[in-house]
Design a protein around this ligand. Structure first.
Ligand SMILES: *[C@@H]1O[C@H](CO)[C@@H](O)[C@H](O)[C@H]1NC(C)=O
Ligand SMILES: *[C@@H]1O[C@H](CO)[C@@H](O)[C@H](O)[C@H]1NC(C)=O
Ligand SMILES: *[C@@H]1O[C@H](CO)[C@@H](O)[C@H](O)[C@H]1NC(C)=O
Ligand SMILES: *[C@@H]1O[C@H](CO)[C@@H](O)[C@H](O)[C@H]1NC(C)=O
Ligand SMILES: *[C@@H]1O[C@H](CO)[C@@H](O)[C@H](O)[C@H]1NC(C)=O
Length: 357
């Protein structure tokens, strides 16, 4: 016998109006575990300069970004999405612009505080849509900024809140370092979920301990991604380099990997194969603001640790023990947490001495 939601879903499918069965909404338990739809945002936030390679600064507006994101969250929910993931620093838009002195004062004013009205608006949107939402945001906390990620439950509870452990390259002149406490994986009725952002995916100090917690669904947020083989980009911006890291992560973790990014978004299977991807990074952003795929979460392993795994205490000891004899066993300055005060950032921006690449 065909169930009503399935029938409605099939009709909606025939009419091309919906992604998945519109199952009756009842908090976090309404999704079909065999047909859990995960989605990755690829539309730019308001005022983010397009095309992708445009480095001219056109302003930032956190209020408009939150309003736009709230619309996307509701649209995703209406379409049957169970988890919607936003790109890195989507709030208020990754500042890819060349002149840091020009955008830093606006970035400070438009960063998201978890105590502020914009945060409450975002949580209200999540609760209304009643879906899982993963966000990337420039977080303002006290006198510092962080490159943060949060995973919100359909009830609007914060399941994960983390800060990029070591911002990459020029990011380190603006955002303070996060801490290792954020390398957490959480259990949900739809599998174990974890998250990292951008070049964290290259570094064992960030990947190892997350992978040791055996995710079923990984959110790997990047800020923006052009097409494969696109010209005019530095190597570290290319799809070729970044999606190689995301794909390797999927294989290594054995987790379905949702990779939101402005332009080109991809969702990899737990085996690292492409489940879905944006056909062209540069076009149809507002028409196709996110990509999605259905996942059978009843097939997940749902275990928290593999004592005999590639990412386990045993292999960690092996790495420590086999550390090259010729290299001094001394801690350099690299891992010391770097903190940047907003006051100093603003002073430097005012006298034009901020450099960021
Ligand atoms: C959803 O969850 C909230 C808080 O846990 C509860 O107050 C509310 O009654 C629930 N709604 C439904 C329709 O189950
Ligand atoms: C680049 O962005 C700026 C600022 O948003 C805008 O004024 C300009 O038109 C954009 N350039 C192109 C080629 O679209
Ligand atoms: C990438 O560009 C190079 C040089 O133009 C070309 O030889 C190669 O076939 C391209 N690869 C893809 C996957 O399009
Ligand atoms: C989902 O996975 C379970 C366990 O592997 C399997 O028994 C079931 O047939 C799958 N359902 C669908 C709809 O693919
Ligand atoms: C600009 O401000 C920064 C931060 O206060 C200070 O370290 C730097 O010396 C100043 N540079 C100039 C050229 O005034």
């Amino acid at each position: 016998m065909i169930s009503l939601p399935k029938l409605v879903g099939s009709l909606a499918f025939l009419m091309g109006t919906s992604l998945a069965s519109p199952i009756v909404k009842r908090n976090g338990t309404r999704f079909d575990p065999a047909d859990f739809v995960v989605a990755a945002v690829r539309a730019a936030p308001p005022q983010w300069s397009l095309p992708l390679i445009n480095y001219t600064y056109g302003g930032m507006n956190l209020d408009a970004t939150v309003a736009y994101a709230a619309d996307l969250i509701q649209q995703a929910s209406d379409d049957g999405v169970g988890l919607l993931a936003f790109p890195e620093l989507y709030f208020p838009g990754y500042p890819k612009y060349l002149d840091a002195n020009a955008f830093v004062p606006d970035l400070v004013d438009n960063s998201l505080s978890m105590d502020g009205p914009q945060w409450r608006q975002l949580v209200a949107a999540v609760q209304h849509a009643a879906i899982y939402v993963a966000i990337g945001f420039s977080e303002s906390d006290g006198d510092k900024l962080y490159m943060s990620q949060a995973l919100l439950s359909p009830e609007g509870d914060v399941l994960i809140h983390r800060r990029k452990l070591r911002p990459s390259g020029g990011e380190r002149t603006i955002w303070s370092d996060g801490n290792v406490g954020g390398l957490e994986v959480v259990d949900t009725p739809y599998g174990r979920m974890g998250m990292l952002e951008c070049w964290e995916h290259f570094h064992p100090s960030m990947t190892f301990n997350v992978q040791a917690q055996l995710e079923d669904i990984h959110i790997g947020a990047w800020p923006y991604t052009p097409n494969y083989n696109a010209t005019g980009w530095a190597y570290w911006q290319t799809a070729d380099v970044n999606l190689a890291a995301a794909r390797t992560y999927a294989v290594n973790s054995g987790a379905v990997s949702v990779v939101p990014s402005i332009g080109k978004a991809v969702i990899f299977s737990a085996q690292g194969l492409v489940l879905t991807e944006t056909p062209d990074a540069e076009t149809r952003m507002s028409e196709e603001p996110f990509i999605y795929t259905s996942v059978n979460t009843t097939a997940f392993r749902r275990t928290a640790y593999n004592i005999n795994g590639e990412e386990s205490w045993g292999t960690l000891q092996q790495i420590v023990n086999s550390f090259p004899k010729g290299n001094p066993k001394a801690q350099g300055s690299f891992v010391l947490p770097k903190e940047i005060r907003v006051d100093d950032l603003l002073k430097a921006a005012r006298n034009g001495s901020l450099y960021h690449d």
